[in-house]
Write a protein that binds this ligand. Structure first.
Ligand code: C2E
Ligand code: MG
Ligand code: MG
Ligand code: MG
Length: 281
């Protein structure tokens, strides 16, 4: 009886695998054309200082509006694009659009920055820093206005090749942030050697933090460690005022999350920019 159930389970599993393989094959060719057919969009989520809740920059988040399948979440297609090597085209597309926005803001909002997510694959490509530099020159954007977000696992996969690459980017003046901090295989020994400028505390530590004294102690330790290494510390995924207040008390520098704003695009983004104070000059 058990053996029969097991056989059925195996058959069902391989059918599902086949279906997912086929849908992934077509997804791959779709992703190739998506980059050229303007099916991708860049949404920008405000990053705000906790001291005064002023917007100092944005994180760029990719969105894919597929003509048949509708909206495909980056959580779904980014890992797939990484496995198939197509992520470098997505990264390039996002960098170009981020730099175009920064160029547009040069006179109205020269202080704003945009952070682009880079994947493990990008960090394996030794020509990546040169290509980023060429794009900065092409768009005539100050490197200080561009930030890159990378994950611990992306760096730790091959630290001896990733660290010099990060150093080159940092020497160019680009800000580097460790995304989803606290969830990867963080090694404190390496953290000290990483040429990064920001720690981004993962949302898993932020959820209900106002009610969780042990998480508060943990986050306080992360903030103090970050400041000890001269890094700025941001928390992601803040949804409530109570979470915001707690992170502010714990010494966190800035925040990102629905409590300040969801990712913005089009008119909503323009409205957000219009209500920001103009930088004189
Ligand atoms: P991430 O870099 O950690 O980005 C933060 C994610 O949390 C975003 O999801 C954002 O929309 C979401 N978020 C922001 N505030 C809140 C909040 O208050 N509550 C909740 N529940 N969620 C919040 P999104 O846009 O779906 O992106 C998911 C992940 O996909 C990103 O995580 C990042 O790892 C990846 N990703 C997105 N865009 C890109 C990209 O252009 N390139 C690469 N390589 N990865 C990307
Ligand atoms: Mg990110
Ligand atoms: Mg993150
Ligand atoms: Mg995250």
């Amino acid at each position: 009886y058990a053996a029969k159930a097991q056989t059925q389970a195996v058959v069902w599993y391989s059918d599902a695998q086949e279906a997912s393989r086929l849908s992934h094959l077509s997804l791959l060719s779709d992703l190739r054309s998506a980059v050229h057919n303007s099916e991708l969009q860049m949404w920008l989520q405000p990053k705000v200082k906790l001291a005064d809740m002023r917007t100092y920059g944005f994180e760029a988040l990719v969105r894919w509006q597929h003509p048949q399948r509708g909206f495909i979440s980056p959580a779904e297609f980014v890992p797939f694009a990484e496995r198939t090597g197509y992520i470098s085209a997505v990264t390039k597309w996002m960098l170009e659009h981020a730099l175009q926005s920064l160029q547009n803001w040069k006179t109205s909002h020269p202080e704003l920055s945009i952070a682009v997510n880079v994947s493990t694959n990008d960090l394996r490509d030794q020509s990546f820093p040169d290509r980023v530099r060429e794009l900065l020159e092409h768009y005539d954007v100050n490197p200080n206005n561009l930030k890159l977000e990378l994950t611990e696992s992306g760096i730790m996969e091959d630290p001896s090749s990733a660290i010099p690459l990060l150093q080159t980017l940092r020497d160019t003046g680009i800000g580097l942030s460790i995304d989803d901090f606290g969830t990867g295989h963080s090694s404190l020994a390496y953290l000290q050697k990483l040429p990064v400028s920001e720690l981004k505390i993962d949302r898993s530590f932020v959820i209900n933090i106002d009610q969780l004294p042990s998480t508060q102690r943990l986050v306080k330790t992360i903030v103090e460690m970050g400041h000890g290494l001269h890094l700025s510390v941001i928390a992601e995924g803040i949804e409530t005022e109570a979470e915001r207040d707690t992170l502010r008390e714990l010494g966190c520098d800035s925040m990102q999350g629905y409590f300040a704003s969801k990712p913005l695009h089009g008119e909503a983004l323009q409205k957000w920019l219009d209500q920001l104070p103009k930088t004189p000059g």
